[in-house]
Unconditional design. Structure first.
Length: 134
């Protein structure tokens, strides 16, 4: 499966779950993962087979719960927009009552904050370990 060029340019690939590739959005304002089902020409969840829809829900809930536990989240935002990138991808964003965008959506609220290299490596490794990524 080919990752959309915008996702490839914007994100860091962390590994693979059963159905989805897991990407990190490198915005240090929020722990932010994106799941991309490994299926060609899929724009929306309903385009997936019934079995893949169920697997996506299992993986999404697993990722959301893991992030909530890891980062003591006040809320996990889960969204599938696809207005700019048509390839199906599901955002999982850790939110806090004190984050820079709260309570508004994260899109367009603030410019992304880059991770320092050491922090980025540490974040990637911790998430890969917690999600047992291959």
């Amino acid at each position: 499966m080919i990752l959309h060029p915008q996702l490839k340019a914007d994100c860091i690939e962390l590994g693979q779950l059963s159905l989805c590739t897991v990407l990190l959005m490198p915005d240090a304002h929020y722990p932010w993962l994106i799941l991309v089902p490994q299926r060609e020409n899929i724009r929306d969840i309903y385009d997936l087979s019934d079995g893949d829809q169920q697997q996506l829900m299992r993986e999404s809930c697993f990722v959301a719960k893991t992030l909530a536990d890891m980062f003591d989240a006040d809320k996990i935002n889960v969204a599938s927009l696809g207005n700019i990138v048509p390839q199906l991808h599901i955002h999982h964003i850790v939110r806090y009552h004190h984050d820079v965008s709260w309570p508004a959506p994260v899109w367009g609220a603030k410019p992304a904050k880059l991770y320092e290299a050491k922090s980025l490596d540490k974040r990637c490794q911790a998430i890969q370990k917690a999600l047992k990524l291959t």
